[in-house]
Design a protein around this ligand. Structure first.
Ligand SMILES: NC(=O)c1ccc[n+]([C@@H]2O[C@H](COP(=O)([O-])OP(=O)(O)OC[C@H]3O[C@@H](n4cnc5c(N)ncnc54)[C@H](O)[C@@H]3O)[C@@H](O)[C@H]2O)c1
Length: 396
């Protein structure tokens, strides 16, 4: 049996989740690459890894790790995954978003295909127990025949956070194929995170080839009148959002025998006790659904465990590169719809990132607070801190 050694490219905040995953599985972390000496030092202290590199290509050539996590900012994922594949890495765990456009996603898939490397994209919520339970309830017919779905995302933009929401929406619905969609985004804030401009709100309506329909709303304006704060009340898009109850992203799946409500992420047992997370409503009856939380192994640990299974037996991985590309295509399709102001039929032809292209061509000139901004001064300051060197409670 292969002995697995892991390496991490990009040893910042999210790398901690990958380090924990390898530790949980008893896989030694032998090397790290980061352009920051400080990040490398902290990484060495936490993992005991001796291979410390400021150049990931040198690390790949000298150490030749069997497993590599790519945990750098979004625009670097493509080049680093391709480099890891070309170095013969057996399993690559790439952080979301897989890529910023479909050209990059296809390059990554082609490089992995050529080298026989297995790629996963870290939409790790797939493995969290509330989402696993929701998927099996829907698949087992708990709400009858599924008809439509609604998704709301509290934070960020499609590239930083919405990639998780698109992924989960597709997973809950059993991976349907998009036939066409219509989307719009507001990108005027000038907010930058993970190295690129971000939109601050959006809506989309998706029609699937199997007849299902879904709608999405995102950005902090998804918050409602029930949430704290004057600005949020003024600009809420989704009247159902309540910060007291809703977390990160939420889903309502409608079936012909009832609906399933899933109120997103949980951070502590107290959270689970205080608020409903997963429930099924049939007529006037509300059934709160229990599930095991937290799981014994972290979500990224389960992702890596399945990756090893995929390497060894060829079993399909639920978060493989093709799945990551599918999520990327929906994201790009929504941006393309906003650019063209029209319905987009799949497959999506745009090879660039229409939102980032629109930022470059000046379609979204950044506005300040005085010129109609939706963002309060406090919120703006929080964003400034998050996108700078200080690592606060970031997007994910
Ligand atoms: N799956 C999730 O839930 C989740 C959560 C948070 C972040 N993320 C993703 O993880 C990625 C990293 O986010 P983060 O919060 O850890 O960012 P971060 O800024 O904390 O860490 C990024 C690290 O990459 C390093 N880096 C920059 N250029 C490099 C290069 N050329 N070679 C090697 N290292 C380089 C930086 O020095 C930094 O240490 C992002 O793509 C983000 O979208 C995913």
């Amino acid at each position: 049996m292969t002995e697995y050694r892991a390496a991490v490219i990009g040893c910042g905040r999210m790398a901690r989740g990958h380090m924990r995953a390898y530790k949980e599985l008893g896989i030694p972390i032998v090397a790290g690459a980061d352009i920051s000496e400080e990040a490398l030092q902290a990484f060495a202290e936490e993992t005991g890894a001796e291979g410390l590199f400021t150049d990931h290509r040198k690390m790949l050539a000298e150490v030749k790790p069997e497993l590599v996590s790519v945990v750098t900012h979004d625009a670097l994922h493509c080049e680093m995954v391709v480099a890891a594949a070309q170095a013969g890495t057996k399993g690559i765990v790439c952080e979301k978003p897989m890529a910023l456009n479909l050209t990059e996603a296809d390059e990554m898939l082609a490089a992995c295909q050529a080298s026989g490397s297995r790629l996963t994209v870290s939409h790790q919520r797939y493995y969290m127990p509330q989402y696993t339970r929701a998927r099996s309830l829907i698949a087992d017919g708990a709400i009858g025949q599924v008809i439509s779905a609604e998704a709301s995302l509290k934070a960020g933009c499609l590239m930083t956070d919405g990639t998780h929401t698109i992924h989960m929406l597709l997973a809950l619905l059993g991976e349907p194929e998009v036939e066409h969609l219509l989307g719009q985004v507001d990108g005027h804030e000038g907010y930058e995170y993970y190295g690129h401009r971000c939109e601050n709100a959006g809506i989309a309506f998706l029609a699937f080839t199997n007849g299902l329909r879904a709608s999405m709303v995102w950005g902090w304006m998804a918050r409602s009148a029930a949430s704290e704060g004057r600005m949020r009340r003024q600009h809420s898009l989704d009247p159902s959002w309540n910060d007291e109850v809703h977390r990160y992203h939420n889903f309502v799946i409608h079936g012909d025998a009832g609906r399933l409500e899933l109120y997103g992420d949980i951070f502590s047992g107290a959270d689970l006790d205080a608020k409903p997370v997963l429930r099924i409503i049939r007529g006037g009856e509300i059934e709160e659904v229990a599930f095991e939380w937290p799981g014994e192994v972290s979500a990224i640990g389960l992702e890596v465990k399945d990756l090893i299974e995929t390497i060894e037996s060829g079993a399909p991985h639920p978060l493989d590169g093709a799945n990551g590309r599918k999520v990327t295509e929906v994201m790009i399709g929504i941006y393309e719809s906003a650019r063209r102001r029209s319905v987009i039929r799949f497959p999506v032809e745009a090879r660039d990132n229409p939102f980032l292209s629109m930022c470059e061509t000046g379609d979204f000139p950044p506005q300040g607070d005085e010129t109609g901004s939706h963002v309060s001064p406090n919120e703006r300051e929080r964003w400034r801190v998050r996108s700078g060197t200080e690592k606060g409670k970031g997007a994910s």
